[in-house]
Design a binder for this molecule. Structure first.
Ligand code: NCD
Ligand code: ZN
Length: 346
């Protein structure tokens, strides 16, 4: 038996939803994570500082007694976003980032940005005050193949945007490609990338070969194996520009197992055990703490967490519930497809 003690981790990209779903999924994250960057793609989206404050209150109200968890709030960038409101929400300490969804790129992104000229005043102000922009990096042009959308976004949207707004701090969210890995490392201290648990585990065959597996469908969609291997090398490299953002994105099973299924993998329950297994398999267990508990906080200029997370390696593989049962409906837990020997002891 081997044990591993790491600083308590942060999830730098998390969907908690609202209402009954929030109530059901929040303990799954709070059990292991001290803090999380909370995605604002509710219906309607979290656009203003007041909306973010109200959402934060709902999250804290849903937290079970005895659990500690700090939601790090974000604002959803729209073409109508007010730069003064963003700056005030940042100055008060409430808001830690602004999220850019290209309009139509993913779940609940129709209020996102189509015309970048409209958001320049907000981006310029963010560069001035050092407030990071979290970017969903996919073009939405129907002509671009879904497997190429991230790479095309980097060349045609992200690189020009960063040139246009010098000093803007950017997090490339949930990168899925070698191109994302390379670009993130090339940008200096104001550029970073989050990597999800599931993109370290699956490639596109897992979604499509031998039958369609809707619970592996997420956006950006998993790419071919060479990209998964590039992500594993990046996550386990020890480089500070890569850190954990699970993108745990719960949808009830009825909407995943559907003729037009929703995008999102629910990984909150078993992420830390899976990551320990991945890092062990890559001979990089000593770098798990940097990836899950240090690099993200450093980029966001947050103090490191005080608490710790204790993991134990057991010979018998860990078992997880196939689903969690929420009042909104059952939500299937991500199945990594390989045995996980690491147990989170607390
Ligand atoms: C996310 C969701 O369901 O909100 N889905 C996903 O596949 N990752 C949205 C997102 O982060 O793209
Ligand atoms: Zn997401």
């Amino acid at each position: 038996m081997t044990t591993l003690m790491i600083r308590r981790p942060d999830d730098m990209h998390l969907h908690l939803r609202d209402g009954a779903m929030l109530q059901g999924v929040l303990p799954e994250s709070a059990r292991h994570f001290a803090r999380a960057i909370i995605m604002p793609n509710l219906v309607p989206p979290v656009v203003t500082g007041d909306q973010a404050a109200a959402y934060r209150d709902r999250i804290l109200a849903a937290l079970p007694d005895g659990m500690a968890f700090e939601p790090l709030m974000t604002l959803y960038l729209t073409e109508g976003t007010d730069a003064d409101d963003v700056a005030a929400a940042h100055a008060s300490g409430l808001v830690k980032a602004v999220k850019l969804y290209p309009a139509g790129a993913t779940t609940n992104s129709h209020s996102g940005v189509a015309n970048f000229d409209a958001v320049m005043p907000v981006l310029d102000r963010m560069a001035d005050i050092g407030l990071p922009l979290c970017v969903h990096g996919e073009v939405t042009t129907p002509e671009v193949d879904i497997f190429d959308r991230e790479a095309v976004f980097i060349d045609t949207v992200l690189a020009p945007l960063r040139a246009r707004v010098p000093g803007l701090r950017v997090i490339m969210e949930h990168i899925t490609t070698q191109q994302g890995v390379d670009y993130a490392a090339s940008g200096g201290p104001d550029l970073a990338a989050t990597i999800t648990t599931h993109h370290l585990c699956i490639n596109r065959n897992h979604i499509l070969a031998g039958g369609i597996r809707p619970h592996y469908y997420c956006l950006p969609v998993a790419k071919r194996e060479s990209h998964r291997l590039a992500l594993r090398r990046a996550a386990t490299s020890g480089k500070a520009c890569y850190f954990l953002g699970t993108d745990s994105a719960p949808h009830v099973d009825a909407l995943k197992e559907h003729a037009c299924g929703c995008a999102g993998c629910f990984t909150a329950t078993n992420t830390m055990g899976i990551l320990a297994q991945v890092f062990e398999d890559e001979d990089a267990l000593d770098r798990l703490e940097g990836f899950s508990s240090a690099h993200g906080a450093a980029f966001y200029r947050l103090p490191p967490n005080a608490g710790q997370l204790h993991l134990i390696r057991r010979d018998a593989p860990e078992t997880y519930p196939e689903k969690i049962l929420t009042e909104a409906g059952p939500v299937s837990v991500f199945n990594p497809g390989f045995p996980v020997h690491w147990h989170v002891a607390g």
